[in-house]
Design a protein around this ligand. Structure first.
Ligand code: PLP
Length: 466
């Protein structure tokens, strides 16, 4: 409700801020913040009042009471908007594992603790403990990345977009970069390969057609100005039907023949084989290294299941050139990210990733487990007067990987005359729950709900549906 509706005179800023109903807020948050919030609320009320008068001159005069209680409530809402933790923790019941808008990969408990510890204290981030001299943050995760990928060198930056930008700037500034027309990807959020190419100062040389590009197309486009050959994984779309694209091996052998490096932007990239879980094969980092790519880039927070990062593995000379480039400093990851990434890589090194990395635990969850969990929710909700039923459904990997690929799941369907309204109430609750609405029901997929969130989810459902 608009706090200004029905007001004639509004209180002064300090009068509102000093209202008895805001005493606790003044005590907890400090008077200065309460004054700032009061000023904004009154400004909004004034604007609303003016708009109301303009559209309906009689209505303004009909309201003759200044409802300070509503203004106080608006001040409290404003304060909590400012001061409550952001981003807010939510429950992802959409069944989309790498939900970009919900923060992509949740990290493992061990990785989260490593991030907390690194953030909360001092660390040997750039300090060599044995010698007491300066060290490099880039050496913290390099040994594990090399061990897992099979590449001799590695470098970590803020995200994969940064990795691509760095690679193009360092290896192809002012030169041509040959890319297939079928791989000119837009990732979302307006990130497009041609634009990043321009930002990196490289010249895009498109070859082939949308559906078919041959090795001869690449060869014909190479000249003295060419800096590198780029392969981009079409991570969020698929071209099917009459298609052809050269293998990475073929590109690498062309590159060797012409003295050009081949860079492979995997997007998601994976250390584990997605086809072992009923999914299409997502390109694996090790395979690109083995095929001879000079550099391979991928995200830390997609299928790897770690914190946001851009990972580059490849040949030592190319990596050394990247490390010397000034953008590397601009794109360097923080200590919390390196700690979380290290802990995530340890899960892979120990062979425990499917158990410990949440993204892989979700991918590998069995239909039996999911159905049992949905049924347990149903029973407990029935006890508390909320009617629901089980329905077969599909989860997705999402986040720009494995487009169109789904995993069979069992969903909890909450039947409601106004499912959109129920979904909105769930989003607006104390612990927001994001769910899908389909065929007259709110659908909750147990696959993406973290096990420790079960109680919170049920409580939120009882409040919203009650
Ligand atoms: C996701 C993706 C990127 C961007 O990665 P971020 O880590 O989000 O910056 C770049 N290229 C491809 C092919 C991708 O799929």
């Amino acid at each position: 409700m608009n706090p200004a509706s029905g007001f004639r005179g509004l209180p002064a800023v300090h009068a509102l801020a000093d209202d008895a109903r805001l005493a606790t807020a003044r005590e907890r948050q400090g008077r200065a913040l309460v004054v700032d919030a009061s000023r904004l609320v009154l400004e909004e009320a004034r604007v609303a009042l003016r708009a109301g008068r303009e559209s309906d001159p009689d209505a303004a005069d009909a309201g003759d009471q200044t409802d300070v209680a509503l203004l106080c409530a608006a001040v409290l809402r404003r304060l909590s908007d400012w001061l409550e933790p952001r981003p807010r923790v939510v429950i992802n019941a959409t069944g989309v594992i790498l939900h970009t808008n919900l923060g992509r990969a949740p990290v493992s408990a061990v990785a989260a603790e490593a991030m907390r510890a690194a953030a909360a204290g001092y660390s040997d981030l750039e300090y060599d403990l044995p010698s007491g001299r300066r060290g490099s943050r880039h050496d913290l995760v390099t040994p594990l990345l090399c061990q897992l990928s099979g590449a001799p060198a590695a470098l970590v930056v803020n995200n994969n977009a940064g990795a691509t930008l760095l690679v193009l700037s360092a290896l192809a500034q002012g030169r041509g970069v040959v890319v297939s027309r079928g791989q000119l990807v837009e990732i979302g959020g307006g990130y497009r390969i041609p634009d990043v190419m321009a930002a990196g100062g490289a010249r895009l040389v498109e070859v082939g057609t949308t559906n078919r590009t041959r090795i001869s197309d690449y060869r014909a486009a190479i000249d003295a100005e060419t800096g590198l050959i780029l392969r981009v994984h079409t991570s969020n779309y698929r071209i099917v039907g009459f298609t052809e694209t050269p293998s990475l091996e073929a590109l690498v052998s062309l590159g060797r023949e012409q003295g050009l490096p081949v860079v492979d932007d995997l997007g998601s990239g994976s250390f584990l084989d997605s086809s072992a879980y009923g999914l299409a094969p997502e390109p694996m980092v090790q395979a690109s290294v083995t095929a001879g790519a000079e550099l391979v880039t991928f995200s830390g927070d997609k299928l790897l299941g770690g914190p946001q990062a851009g990972i580059i593995v490849g040949q030592p000379e190319a990596v050394a050139r990247l490390r010397r480039h000034p953008l590397t400093r601009a794109l360097r990851p923080g200590k919390d990210v390196l700690a979380g990434l290290h802990a995530t890589l340890v899960h892979y090194a120990r062979g425990e990733a499917t158990r410990e990395v949440p993204v892989w635990r979700m991918i590998s969850a069995t239909q039996l487990d999911l159905a049992a969990r949905a049924e347990a929710w149903r029973v407990r909700l029935a006890d508390r007067g909320v009617a629901a039923e089980l329905r077969p459904g599909q989860s997705a990997v999402g986040g720009g990987s494995l487009p169109g690929e789904t995993l069979p799941s069992t969903l909890l369907a909450i039947l409601d005359a106004h499912p959109d309204r129920l979904a909105a109430r769930l989003r607006g609750g104390q612990m927001p729950v994001v769910a899908l609405v389909e065929s007259g029901a709110v659908l909750l997929d147990p696959r993406t709900v973290l096990p420790e969130q079960d109680e919170l989810l049920l409580a939120a459902l009882v409040v919203a549906a009650g």
